[in-house]
Design a protein around this ligand. Structure first.
Ligand code: ABN
Ligand code: CU
Length: 641
């Protein structure tokens, strides 16, 4: 990608779905600064590709490269949305957002909050009252304020939790300063107020995991080397990936991190679309402990913080192993300077045990084929937690989305002689891990053999007429409208959902389908009357299906930060639109119900949370009969036996 020196237009873009390059971001920002965002007080929340319309992509029209930008004028606190045409250099839309709409936090706002909290006399005094005078050891962790019924009067607020280290590399989460919270006002750049409740002794016992604290590493584990002497089996051209029968484009946005576009499976000689676009669209982490500080912890890590901005630069041998292909993630700082997160996305192949096997016991021979998966991932650090997000593509057409949650619990303190029922004591010093949930929503713009799809709920039922008492059968029920498709998983009915194309039939004249297996199908545990239940309504059900609308991108609405719950899936689906043989978006809510255990401390062993999409009559038979037998077969037979 280069800039034409005469016209300053961006030229040489590889594909309309490629994320904006650094040069394109800079160009969008300078067009805005030369136009409506000329005042020094403007900050850039995000500058990202405005994805072309589906019509343009389908027709093969080369659309203009466009940027979507979200800005905040710190002078007054108003937020704006802009569309910039990078080809013509024109700001084609400039929309002032309603008072109270708060775009996600910008990276430097976190630093600003910490720096200014440390300067505030009320904060210094509250810390001193607890015997804490070394401010270098105090950590302010700026959480979102959420919304608890009061009017923020247009102010952009943060809610800083406070922890203290005993040494510069000591884990602060072992030492929460309970009942002290700083409300920081980004609109004025000052501390708005402190919430200083009953002082609870800061737990003293350490929670360190660094080698210097935990002692020498064990030495009995021999190396495992992953080698691919002939290289990886994928071909990468720009952001396009071809691997085995799969092809797709890699995208990256500040809000979602990794995005998969145009996921297709080559079936013999036909490229068959499966999903047009898939990404983590939202998540929420509500805490169940009613203690004053804990009851207001409800982080929407994606929509309030822009989880893509918090992606790690991944390293070989640590985060990913094998023959790796990396993709950078490009985002912006608040002044609109492009920021490259190098190696934000990692892609590699992994051996995946057996795919199929049969031992012909009459002949004494076996046929075994090994599975492998293509792993495309990114890892985000959201203060205390790490979330590693993986798309796994399998040779048989299956797709897995997996979240590996690790990092450090968001802790709390109680009096050492107390044991709250709302958390797990982690030591005898008063430290505990409050009960909470990590609830994710993945948005999948399905395109099973084409854009017009429908969704069935499949339950297994015992028929009324059941003389042998042994009968059970799978029963399909078409979900006809949005309201009918607001569903919960039900393991007692062995429920799953399938996305079909009525216009594309398989060998037995049934519509081809992909099924969604609803694993980790949790929903919000809090009462429906809780503020978080109003704001995170997507998390009250596992399945939602909507007809495609390019404005409906995020299930808790476009701007969940300080939201009251007035936007999102629950609002759009009130229209109860038809979802039969339409261009559909399927939204799946799942997660981890985190009843804390001692083993989660001081750093949490990875927990896997996810779900599978599997072809269900999409192929006419097992599509992997053409796999070669393993090359580590026995010398006698040339086969695995
Ligand atoms: N997990 C809540 C959070 C995210 C980012 C920064 C601070 C807190
Ligand atoms: Cu947790």
């Amino acid at each position: 990608m280069t800039i034409d020196s005469e016209t300053q237009a961006v030229v040489g873009v590889a594909h309309p779905l490629d994320p904006l390059s650094r040069a394109e971001i800079s160009r969008a920002v300078s067009i805005l600064k030369d136009g409506p965002a000329a005042a020094e007080s403007f900050r850039f929340g995000s500058v990202e590709l405005r994805e072309p319309s589906k019509e343009d992509l389908r027709n093969g029209t080369v659309p203009a490269r466009e940027a979507d930008a979200v800005l905040i004028d710190r002078n007054g606190g108003t937020a704006y949305e802009a569309i910039v045409n990078l080809d013509s250099g024109i700001v084609t839309a400039w929309t002032r957002l309603a008072t109270g709409i708060q775009p996600p936090f910008m990276l430097d706002e976190f630093d600003e909050c910490e720096v200014n909290c440390k300067k505030d006399p009320r904060v210094i005094e509250a810390l001193a009252a607890r015997g804490l005078t070394d401010l270098d050891l105090v950590c302010f962790e700026p959480w979102s304020v959420g919304w608890f019924g009061e009017d923020a009067e247009g102010r952009r607020l943060m809610r800083a939790l406070v922890f203290v280290r005993q040494d510069p590399d000591d884990s602060p989460y072992a030492h929460p300063i309970e009942n002290l919270v700083v409300i920081y006002d980004l609109s004025s750049g000052t501390v708005a107020r402190i919430e200083d409740n009953e002082s609870i002794p800061v737990p003293a016992a350490s929670g360190n995991y660094l080698p210097k604290y935990v002692g020498p590493a064990r030495t009995d584990l021999k190396p495992i080397s992953i080698t691919q002497p002939e290289g990886a089996s994928f071909q990468v051209t720009g952001n396009h990936v071809q691997w085995a029968d799969w092809s797709f484009r890699v995208g990256f946005t500040p809000r979602e991190g990794l995005v998969l576009h145009q996921l297709r499976f080559r079936d013999k000689d036909t490229e068959r679309p499966v999903i047009n676009r898939a990404s983590l669209a939202e998540m929420v982490v509500p805490y169940g402990d009613p203690a004053p500080v804990q009851a207001k912890k409800n982080a929407f890590d994606s929509g309030e913080y822009n989880i893509g901005n918090m992606a790690n630069s991944l390293t070989l041998g640590c985060d990913c192993l094998g023959e790796i292909q990396y993709f950078d993630g490009i985002t912006t700082d608040s002044h609109g300077n492009p920021l490259t997160i190098e190696n934000a996305i990692c892609m590699h192949e992994e051996d995946d045990s057996i795919l199929w096997k049969h031992f012909d016991f009459r002949e004494g021979t076996a046929e075994t084929r090994r599975s492998r998966k293509l792993v495309i991932s990114f890892i985000a650090t959201v203060a205390n937690y790490e979330y590693a997000f993986y798309w796994h593509l399998f040779l048989d057409g299956s797709i897995e989305f997996l979240v590996k949650a690790t990092g450090i619990l968001s802790t709390a303190a109680q009096h050492p002689n107390e044991k709250t029922p709302y958390g797990q004591a982690l030591n005898n010093d008063g430290l505990y891990g409050p009960i909470h949930q990590h609830i994710f929503n993945v948005r999948m713009d399905f395109e099973v053999d084409g854009p017009l799809n429908a969704v069935y709920e499949v339950d297994t039922e015992i028929p009324a007429d059941n003389p042998t008492y042994t009968a059970f059968k799978a029963v399909d029920r078409l979900l006809e409208t949005e309201q009918a498709a607001i569903r919960k998983a039900d393991s007692s009915k062995h429920r799953f959902w399938k996305v079909v194309n009525h216009g594309s039939k398989n060998l037995v004249n049934e519509p081809v389908a992909y099924r969604l297996i609803p694993t980790n199908a949790i929903t919000l545990a809090a009462d429906d009357k809780a503020h978080v239940s109003q704001r995170a309504q997507f998390a009250r059900n596992n399945l939602w299906v909507t007809p495609y609308d390019r404005a409906e991108r995020f299930p808790a609405g476009e701007y969940p930060n300080q939201s009251t719950g007035s936007d999102g899936l629950h609002k759009w689906t009130q229209a109860d639109r038809n979802i039969v043989d339409e261009d559909l978006v399927v939204w799946y809510t799942f997660g981890m119900h985190h009843v804390v255990r001692l083993e989660d401390w001081p750093v949490m062993p990875r927990q896997n949370i996810g779900f599978m999409l599997e072809p269900h009559g999409f192929f006419n038979q097992n599509p992997t009969l053409n796999l070669p037998a393993s090359d580590t077969a026995s010398a006698d037979t040339g086969h695995c036996s």
